[in-house]
Ligand binder design. Structure first.
Ligand SMILES: O=C1O[C@H](COP(=O)(O)O)[C@@H](O)[C@H](O)[C@H]1O
Length: 223
């Protein structure tokens, strides 16, 4: 793991957006297309605000949530809603958003169709992850019902996930998809998450799912 510490959160969000933009630009120059996977939650909004204003060939960028709460976009719990409102706008309005939710009672019903949607956009060129204080990344929660399956080397692309801490059912990219990304960034803020990250280093991926990606990740942190 490589750790980048920033003097404050504003510098963190700006600096990280700049790194992500640079890596996307490299992919676009080389391959003519790129896939950016991004988290939901409370932390990444300011990164999205900056990134959405960067001059890139956004029409050739596919944007994929790392995980989704099984709620429609009308819910303020929807990660897709956050991405649409804060990232897929301005210069980035041309980017193609690949949803991990489709209207149905349960994620299981839509899983094959959702997998078909993301398959053409893998591997991920640039992956941004958040982390909870419980050391979950994407929706790989400690104690989740299908965590072992999601951590396995032969895991499918996507799995439904249920955990007490998760609230509603989730859908998540699995560990092999996350680990398969060319560039992996983890965004965390505050002392509690920094301590959790330190703790995670001596735990198993089952205890601390962030461990699944940590060795290959650059961690971006500010108090
Ligand atoms: O539930 C989720 O939580 C994590 C961390 O969110 P934060 O609010 O602590 O930043 C997030 O990375 C994940 O995408 C989301 O579904």
């Amino acid at each position: 793991m490589q750790l980048e510490t920033y003097p404050d959160r504003e510098m963190l969000m700006l600096g990280l957006a700049n790194v992500l933009a640079g890596q996307l630009a490299d992919f676009l120059r080389r391959d003519g297309q790129a896939t950016l996977a991004v988290p939901g939650g409370t932390t990444p909004g300011p990164v999205f605000d900056t990134l959405s204003g960067v001059d890139l060939d956004w029409a050739n960028v596919a944007v994929l949530p790392t995980d989704e709460r099984w709620v429609p976009e009308t819910s303020d719990r929807s990660n897709t809603r956050l991405v649409r409102e804060r990232l897929i706008r301005g210069r980035a309005a041309q980017a193609r958003l690949i949803p991990l939710y489709a209207p149905a009672e349960t994620p299981e019903e839509m899983l094959p169709a959702l997998e078909d949607g993301i398959r053409p956009h893998l591997p991920i060129s640039v992956l941004l992850l958040g982390m909870g204080t419980d050391m979950h990344v994407a929706s790989l929660f400690p104690g989740a019902d299908r965590l072992d399956e999601a951590l396995a080397a032969n895991a499918p692309l996507l799995l439904p996930m249920r955990a007490e801490a998760a609230g509603e059912p989730r859908v998540t990219l699995t560990a092999p998809v996350l680990k398969g990304a060319f560039n992996i960034h983890l965004l965390i803020t505050g002392g509690e998450k920094r301590e959790a990250l330190e703790r995670a280093q001596s735990l198993t991926p089952q205890e601390a799912p962030v461990r699944a990606v940590l060795d290959a990740a650059t961690v971006h942190w500010a108090e």
